[in-house]
Ligand binder design. Structure first.
Ligand code: CAA
Length: 291
């Protein structure tokens, strides 16, 4: 089955990145959100990020214009149901995702493949609440989507081979590489990455290092492009905490317990870059460590 059109639910940092790369690859894209402001902000960010790629000669101005023309936005979930492939990229909260699927299901075409960009939630459980577990799977992009080369593809217990093959073909057309992961909590990337970030927060909590020394240790000592606390701010501390909770609950092992300091930052609403404050304070334009 050939995918020609893609529906994206959620215009946040993942949703707008997914719209960017799928439109650039020539798919017809419809991006849906419940907030018109989020859709407007997403379109302007896509325009800005495409322009970055034009400036560094990765794409031409004509390709940028063509990509933008491929994207429609809507507040109406029924419009998304017309697509051959739907990628849900809403908040990392199982109840929210399930209520989105409940609203969407009556509008899907019979052949539509339904996927979730979830970074940790059970694909089998999400699929079981839909009318198409065999046409349901995990389609997990990394942030920033236009730059990162990996997509994790996660089969639920019932996902059929045609569905997997169609999604893999999409990943290849995006010029990205698919890694196949089994459906266990947080899959591969976040099973490895989040415990490292959580341990960095413990290192801060226990006073082993401050924000700057922890981040420079991993940037300069392990050649990571970003330090773990800077990366946590980039991903969103609420998302990091949600993933640690999925690991902790799903694997029932205390080694995944979220650091109380991570919980405290989230309770304060210090969620990282998106709220202008996390392990760094971004409000002045130059990131200032908060500890
Ligand atoms: N759109 C388009 N291009 C972008 C971009 C975006 N959103 N963000 C960065 N770029 C481009 C820049 O224009 C630049 O291009 P050129 O090299 O052609 O000039 C290039 O990417 C590098 O960017 P910068 O020079 O601005 O900055 P940098 O060298 O510090 O790189 C970074 C930025 C790519 C984000 C790098 O710091 C990095 O790789 N960080 C780690 C990111 C990471 O680990 N992501 C995974 C998070 S985990 C996840 O997403 C899974 C989950 O479920 C939580």
């Amino acid at each position: 089955m050939e995918i020609r059109s893609i529906g994206i639910i959620g215009a946040g940092q993942m949703g707008n990145g997914i719209a960017h790369v799928t439109a650039l690859a020539g798919y017809r894209v419809v991006m849906m959100d419940i907030s018109q402001d989020s859709l407007t902000a997403a379109l302007s960010l896509i325009e800005k990020n495409l322009e970055r790629q034009v400036s560094s000669a990765k794409i031409t101005a004509a390709e940028k214009a063509k990509a933008l023309a491929q994207i429609d936005t809507t507040l109406d979930i029924s419009k998304v149901g017309q697509a051959d492939l739907v990628i849900e990229a809403a908040t990392e909260d199982e109840t929210i995702k399930q209520s989105i699927f409940d609203l969407l299901l009556p509008h899907l075409q019979d052949h539509t493949i339904l996927t979730s960009n979830t970074s940790s939630i059970s694909i089998t459980r999400l699929a079981s609440r839909t009318d198409r577990p065999e046409k349901f799977m995990g389609f997990h992009f990394m942030n920033p989507v236009p730059v990162m080369k990996l997509v994790e593809l996660i089969r639920g217990i019932a996902t059929d081979e045609t569905t997997y093959a169609a999604c893999k073909q999409v990943v290849e057309r995006l010029g990205k590489t698919a890694a196949s992961a089994e459906d266990f909590p947080a899959f591969i990337v976040n099973r490895l990455l989040m415990p490292m970030i959580n341990e960095a927060v413990y290192t801060l909590y226990e006073g082993v290092g401050n924000v700057v020394s922890i981040d420079s240790s991993m940037r300069l000592g392990a050649n990571h492009p970003m330090g773990p606390l800077e990366l946590a701010d980039f991903i969103g501390l609420d998302t990091c905490l949600a993933i640690m909770n999925v690991l902790h609950d799903g694997l029932a092992d205390t080694k995944y317990r979220p650091c109380p300091l991570l919980t405290k930052y989230v309770e304060a609403g210090w969620l990282g870059r998106k709220s202008q404050r996390g392990f760094y304070d971004y409000r002045s334009g130059t990131p200032v460590p908060t500890r």
